[in-house]
Design a protein around this ligand. Structure first.
Ligand code: AMP
Length: 418
């Protein structure tokens, strides 16, 4: 679990703002759910035999209740959707969220115990057009952000019948190879053979080679859903790869599943940025109505590792250096006026020589420094030093706030671009 301090937080804020802008362009609305839920919610939705539930949850007892720090947010979103009977009010809901998730994994670069996800969910739309639109939105957004070498993997798990057939076919393939599997995969083989395909263990990956493809087993509506997805992705021009081995680690997925990886930046081997898929039966299995749904989550730590470091330009700000107590009072007034015009101000209250103040101003990264000394006070002016251009001018007191705010306005920001 990590602290994020000033210096680093600016990149987080930039990426969060751009995620919100993208989501809102596609008419998703934000939800915020508690980070704690009853353990049972995750067991029932993610699945008891999955890696996340089996090994990675932070769970504790409190007053005879078992609670868990959310390991992901789709289960919580589904719970909130049902608890507030949202389906009664609107046929289709598009939600997005941002926030911390918790998994007791072995920490390494790109894999942490508290990490942050941003994600979207659509309830009430069976797809496949909305599936394609979601995948396309992500691929475009990541490319615009500057993430290089994207790989978009797409597959379909079909519905419950396909899944049952696939399970049997996989078991037929894996049973003769049981001895080669990792201990975990072997112990869970009969309960959850799909987990072998998702395993990070090399022994499991070897045993899974040559396993039957789920796409060959798709029939009827499951098949036409998959073909419709491919047609919509082709129409949008989204580059994607058909990846029949993609099963995803959570039990609730049906039909469309996808992952986006990047070979970029400092990402290294933990290079899956996005995981998503359809979960048409989850709401029903939680005791609700039958509502089709699809969602994805993107890991923000990994996204930041994949992005160039100059992502976040800090808003330009002004440093005010008063020399003496009387100037200090004037500086308070000027700071307040500048802030009311939207200008961030760093007011130096510690006193000191002009030289030391200018040194401090430079160290903070300020663009402008306002100096107020006795002679400026007498003449009703301030000295304005441009720390980038290294020039200096005098401004009348009454004109200073507006003139400074105009000089600090960021140039060339296009409002609407995500
Ligand atoms: P999942 O919910 O497992 O499908 O994960 C979706 C995305 O969340 C992954 O592609 C990662 O970007 C991110 N993620 C999952 N687990 C972790 C973790 N332990 N640390 C950092 N990011 C993670």
């Amino acid at each position: 679990m990590q602290d994020i301090l000033p210096g680093e937080i600016e990149r987080w804020q930039a990426i969060e703002a751009r995620f919100r802008r993208m989501a809102e362009l596609y008419r998703y609305a934000e939800i915020r759910t508690p980070i704690l839920e009853q353990t049972d919610l995750f067991v029932r939705s993610i699945g008891e035999t999955t890696e996340v539930v089996d090994k990675e949850m932070f769970t504790f007892e409190r007053s005879d209740e078992s609670l868990t720090l959310r390991p992901e947010n789709t289960a919580s979103a589904a719970r909130a959707y049902l608890e507030h009977s949202v389906h009664v009010r609107e046929p289709v809901s598009r939600w997005y969220y941002l926030g911390p998730m918790f998994r007791a994994e072995r920490p390494q670069r790109g894999r942490y115990r508290q990490f942050h996800q941003a994600g979207c969910e659509i309830f009430g739309d069976p797809g496949p057009t909305s599936d394609a639109e979601m995948i396309d939105m992500l691929a475009r957004w990541l490319t615009e952000l500057g993430v290089g070498n994207l790989e978009v993997d797409v597959s379909s798990l079909g519905g419950p019948e396909t899944r049952a057939r696939y399970r049997r076919a996989l078991l037929d393939h894996l049973r003769p190879r049981q001895a080669e599997l990792s201990d975990h995969a072997r112990a869970r083989l009969e309960d959850n053979p799909l987990r072998v395909l998702d395993s990070k263990d090399e022994r499991d990956q070897r045993a899974a080679r040559g396993a039957p493809s789920v796409l060959d087993l798709l029939e009827g509506e499951d098949r036409s859903h998959w073909e419709g997805l491919c047609r919509a992705l082709d129409a949008l021009g989204t580059p994607y790869r058909v990846a029949p081995g993609l099963v995803r680690g959570l039990d609730y997925y049906t039909r469309t599943v996808f992952e986006i990886r990047a070979v970029a930046g400092d990402l290294g081997s933990q290079n899956t940025l996005v995981g998503g898929g359809r979960y048409d039966h989850l709401l029903e299995s939680l005791g609700g109505p039958s509502v089709p749904a699809i969602g994805f989550a993107i890991g923000l730590e990994r996204l930041l590792l994949a992005l160039p470091s100059e992502l976040a330009a800090k808003d330009p700000f002004c440093f005010i250096a008063p020399l003496g107590e009387r100037a200090g009072l004037k500086a308070l007034e000027l700071s307040r006026e500048l802030r009311s015009l939207g200008v961030p101000v760093d007011l130096e209250n510690r006193g000191g020589s002009l030289r030391s103040m200018l040194r401090r101003a430079g160290a903070t990264g300020a663009s402008l420094c306002v100096v107020i000394g006795d002679s400026e006070l007498e003449r009703g002016v301030v000295q304005l030093k441009d720390l980038g251009a290294h020039d200096q001018s005098e401004l009348e007191w009454s004109k200073a706030p507006f003139a400074i705010s105009e000089r600090l306005k960021p140039k060339g920001q296009s409002e609407g671009s995500p």
